[in-house]
Design a protein around this ligand. Structure first.
Ligand code: NOJ
Length: 539
């Protein structure tokens, strides 16, 4: 019988829901969501059945990268509210037995942060070495060949002192020099500030980028760079060797963890990509680094393919040391919506069942629970610097549009007569929370059932995972098991019905179908799945 431990920490047992504050609920009528809006929707989230919310940045910011350019790590942008509202949000969240995780953006600040304003003012300013400044190359150009994620070189020249500063995102996002102990101390203090405000954890932005090669060596060319890259996409033309994921980062991860460990029950989540062997090291050799390095493998580079999904899950399960807890992210504010990426609404329902029945902490991106789709943004309305610099097809605005609450004006996001910062989806009158809450077969109802079942089932939130081999490549089946509780999850990725023989089992009870139209006992000598159907069977 599978081993089952009874004690789970909240971030192991729970489900995280990501809120992009700009797009959740606007209570001030400026077209941009705010913290009060989140407070007003906490009952919705509690009722949905998630356990924690993660807020993308709400710090004071000139919004060059919509909050990922932080001008003050210890305050709230007036656009979103103030510290008192934040404290109320924390109290209201905790009062509903939910946890609150906030974004922390340690790799770069805004160029309007007082630290950078000082740093760029003169070569001998005490904050000079808080950022990464270098002389021009011999030809007067940037100090090395690194490119920015958002197009163009990763360096911008400052006339004031005749040197370049490093920024791997917008030029308004200068990178902090994490080799400087004063920077480390100042940034750890920003963590403590929010820990004292009772946040339960941090999602740490591009955490693998903190340290760069000491000598800032050129990156080698990328032999697999896609053809037809935009001329300014210098980033994709290179292999990212010297600018990220240095082994030296692990010292910082342990320091960060120690800051959190001085408080009770706090959680460190990190944004990390990269190959499994490198990624898994971010849990720490002794489990003393990140609690959850985000696992994007079912999102990035993934297509709607049962075997590829299974292979990804199995590889990750095999790579994890015993102490490491898995997690899955299918969508976020940087990637296409599930319905758009995986083919349509039928697929999103199967994807929801997958996400919420795998072993490990799931993160749901706001709006996925109603099947929101990418919204086509007219070129003159594009806001995202990535879309502006690298072309409209690269804009992330498509997945950041206002939450669709009801069929009223602006989908209930902003008051009538206000123009939201990004357009509301055209389909909002048919696709919104109010409508789906009344509909017993909506995707929102499916999420409700999945979340309730997961929360109530040790096998689902904490049990073992075992994939089963089946004769169809487009079906993914696995067992989740804890003590006497056993579930079999069968997901049909195909648009055709599939009948499978499951000789290992006798009978089962369907507890949930993604179609929400059947339950009850079935014989498992032939298990029939309809097109794009997923089922959870209690064995
Ligand atoms: C990753 C964030 O998810 C993304 O939205 C942001 O643009 C970059 N980091 C830079 O902070």
């Amino acid at each position: 019988m599978a081993q089952f431990k009874n004690e789970f920490l909240w971030w192991q047992r729970g489900v995280v829901y990501q809120i992009y504050p700009r797009s959740f609920k606007d209570t001030t009528g400026n077209g941009i969501g705010d913290l009060q809006g989140i407070i007003e929707k906490l009952d919705y989230l509690q009722n949905l059945g998630v356990d924690a919310i993660w807020l993308s940045p709400f710090y004071p910011s000139p919004m060059a990268d919509f909050g990922y350019d932080v001008a003050d790590y210890c305050d709230v942008d007036p656009m979103f509210g103030d510290l008192a509202t934040f404290d109320r949000l924390v109290a209201e969240t905790h009062a509903r037995n939910l946890k609150i995780i906030i974004d922390w953006v340690p790799n770069h600040s805004s160029d309007q942060h007082p630290w950078f304003i000082e740093s760029r003012s003169s070569r001998d300013n005490p904050k000079r070495d808080w950022y990464i400044w270098r002389d021009p190359a011999l030809n007067g150009g940037p100090p090395n060949n690194w490119g920015s994620f958002f197009g163009g070189p990763a360096w911008t020249y400052s006339e004031v002192t005749g040197q370049y500063y490093l920024h791997q995102f917008c030029k308004e996002q200068p990178e902090l020099n994490w080799r400087n102990p004063e920077v480390r101390d100042a940034m750890y203090d920003t963590l403590r500030f929010w820990l004292e405000h009772s946040v339960d954890g941090f999602r740490m932005d591009v955490i693998g980028l903190l340290l760069k090669d000491k000598d800032l060596r050129d990156n080698p060319p990328n032999p697999n760079a896609p053809p037809n890259l935009p001329a300014n996409d210098l980033f994709s033309r290179l292999l990212q060797v010297h600018n990220m994921y240095l082994d030296e980062n692990h010292v910082l991860m342990r320091e960060i963890r120690q800051v959190l460990d001085a408080y009770r029950d706090r959680c460190a989540i990190g944004e990390l990509w990269g190959p499994l062997p490198m990624w898994v090291k971010y849990y720490g050799e002794q489990g003393d680094e990140l609690h959850l390095p985000f696992n994007f493998r079912l999102m990035d580079g993934m297509i709607w393919d049962a075997q590829r999904m299974r292979a990804s899950v199995d590889a990750m399960e095999a790579a994890l040391p015993e102490f490491a807890w898995p997690n899955y992210v299918l969508g976020n504010h940087d990637r296409m919506r599930l319905a758009t990426r995986f083919g349509g609404q039928a697929q999103t329902r199967v994807a929801a069942m997958l996400l919420l029945t795998l072993r490990g902490t799931p993160t749901i991106y706001y709006g996925e629970e109603i099947g929101m789709e990418d919204v086509k943004i007219p070129p003159d309305k594009i806001q995202d610097p990535q879309g502006i610099n690298l072309g409209p097809e690269r804009t992330r605005d498509v997945c950041r549009t206002p939450m669709q609450w009801d069929a009223g004006p602006n989908a209930g996001f902003s008051p009538a007569g206000v123009e939201p910062w990004l357009p509301v989806a055209n389909d909002y009158q048919g696709r919104n929370v109010a409508e789906q809450a009344e509909n017993t077969t909506s995707i929102l109802t499916l999420y409700h059932h999945l979340l309730r079942l997961r929360c109530a089932s040790p096998a689902l939130y904490g049990g073992s995972y075992r994939p089963l081999d089946v004769e169809y490549d487009d079906v993914y089946i696995y067992l989740r098991e804890a003590g006497v509780q056993r579930y079999l999850i069968a997901l049909n990725f195909s648009a055709e019905p599939r009948s499978l023989a499951l000789p290992e089992f006798n009978r089962g009870e369907i507890v949930l179908s993604t179609h929400l139209d059947r339950t009850g006992d079935v014989a498992l000598n032939v298990c029939s799945l309809r097109a794009n159907e997923g089922i959870i069977l209690a064995l």
